[in-house]
Design a protein around this ligand. Structure first.
Ligand code: SAH
Length: 223
């Protein structure tokens, strides 16, 4: 391995967990899931030395595996229960889906790059994570055939809330997504759906500032 590629210093799994707690992750089940899933299995070989550093890292197809703190934070916001079915848009490395799989009944994850989806599937098989299904396609459209979902998480930045995803939430569902211009200031937004006599309501909370790769329409033409 070329050590020069690793700009960061080695961080062990003890420090990884300590950082999450210090940054305010308090949900014990989420912390356990973060502790259970070996992030080293989801990063490229060149970055093994910094797999447990609190930073996003490049993966294939010009995409990124999210920063551990942001993965834990978004997972906590979802307030999942073990009976839940969750939809993720943007499988990427598969890391976020793996963390969720420890907490819920079923995860459906959509990726627009076949290369990434296939790699993630192989990782889930190797680790024995059997309750994750990876689909190829345009996540902006959701997965109508498998809806409704108790929770939806989007892990690429949307310029506006995708209506198809709101429609595929259960009546009391929660969606968490990064919202904002591509390559501009984005915030994590939590949307809580409720259905009243007058129609569907969405309570919207704007939370921490983040930087995510863009949510792009359509399936990738490249692999
Ligand atoms: N959750 C991932 C983060 C990956 S980065 C992880 O834990 O590693 C975001 C991913 O969203 C990229 O892989 C990108 O290809 C994918 N993506 C972007 N737009 C998409 C869309 N419309 N449908 C499905 N996936 C999309």
């Amino acid at each position: 391995m070329n050590e020069a590629i690793n700009a960061g210093r080695d961080v062990g799994r003890m420090e990884f967990m300590l950082t999450l707690r210090q940054r305010g992750i308090g949900d014990q089940a989420v912390l356990r899931a973060m502790d259970d899933v070996p992030r080293a299995n989801f990063v490229d070989h060149a970055f093994l030395g910094v797999a447990y550093a609190d930073q996003a890292l490049p993966i294939e197809c010009g995409q990124t595996i999210s920063q551990p703190y942001v993965v834990a934070y978004m997972t906590e916001l979802l307030a999942v229960r073990s009976s839940h079915r969750v939809l993720e848009i943007g499988t990427g490395s598969g890391y976020q889906a793996a963390v969720l799989s420890k907490l819920v009944r079923e995860v459906v994850s959509i990726e627009r790059y076949r290369t990434l989806g296939a790699q993630a599937r192989a990782r889930f098989a190797a680790l024995g994570y059997a309750n994750i299904e990876v689909l190829f396609g345009d996540g902006l459209l959701g997965a109508e055939a498998k809806a409704p979902f108790d929770r939806i998480i989007v892990t690429a930045a949307a310029e506006e809330v995708p209506q198809a995803l709101v429609d595929q939430l259960t009546d009391d569902g929660i969606m968490v997504l990064p919202l904002g211009p591509h390559n501009g200031p984005q915030r994590i937004v939590k949307l809580t759906k409720s259905v009243t006599a007058t129609g569907v309501e969405l309570v919207r909370e704007e939370l921490i500032a983040v930087r995510f790769v863009p949510l792009l329409a359509g399936q990738a033409q490249e692999l």
